[in-house]
Design a protein. Structure first.
Length: 193
């Protein structure tokens, strides 16, 4: 007569099946995978970039200023984004401080008309920056020391960083790809760096 309990063979088979299911599901969900924070960051930076594009449409085709009185560019975008979580990169371990951002804004775009951009698809608008920076953090070019400093934000995601372009697309790039980007010969193009 058999009892209503599992034998050790049946238990072993159940555990093997569960292990196989877990191995199949982890790559799909991104749990424990280093690409997951990079993808989440790309989503955040894409949403911020789209918020800037909405702002540009509403304000006579001009990009937001770095500072507008007491508000930084991050604060200016809140009516379009309605979330401060988007400004916190999931790979930045410095902690989340309300009113701060882990991204920077291209200072050369501030207040400029979109029509002045000669190469809009090659113009960086946002990028991974120093964690918990003030809401007006901006750069006019990528700091040269970031290209070689593996602790810099330019190396945050698997030896590279995420960048949002003025046309709305987002890319992951190695630091050398950004620092070596070609600038246009005209003054008003605000090319990457």
């Amino acid at each position: 007569m058999r009892k209503n309990a599992f034998t050790w063979w049946e238990m072993l088979i159940v555990l093997v099946i569960l292990a196989i299911i877990a191995a199949l599901l982890f790559p799909i969900t991104g749990i424990g995978h280093p690409v997951a924070p990079r993808s989440t960051c790309q989503s955040y930076i894409k949403q911020i970039g789209l918020g800037i594009k909405q702002y540009v449409q509403d304000y006579n085709e001009k990009y937001p200023l770095v500072n507008s009185g007491q508000e930084g560019w991050m604060d200016i975008l809140q009516p379009y984004l309605k979330s401060t979580q988007l400004f916190q990169c999931p790979s930045d371990n410095s902690g989340s401080v309300d009113g701060t951002t882990d991204y920077y804004y291209n200072a050369r775009l501030a207040g400029q008309k979109e029509e002045k951009l000669e190469y809009i698809a090659n113009t960086i608008m946002l990028g991974d920056g120093i964690g918990d920076s003030p809401s007006n953090v901006s750069l006019s070019k990528l700091p040269t020391e970031w290209a070689s400093d593996q602790n810099s934000p330019a190396w945050r995601h698997l030896d590279g960083a995420n960048y949002s372009y003025a046309d709305g697309h987002v890319k992951w790039l190695k630091p050398t790809a950004v620092s070596n980007a070609k600038a246009s010969s005209t003054v008003n193009t605000f090319a990457p760096w």
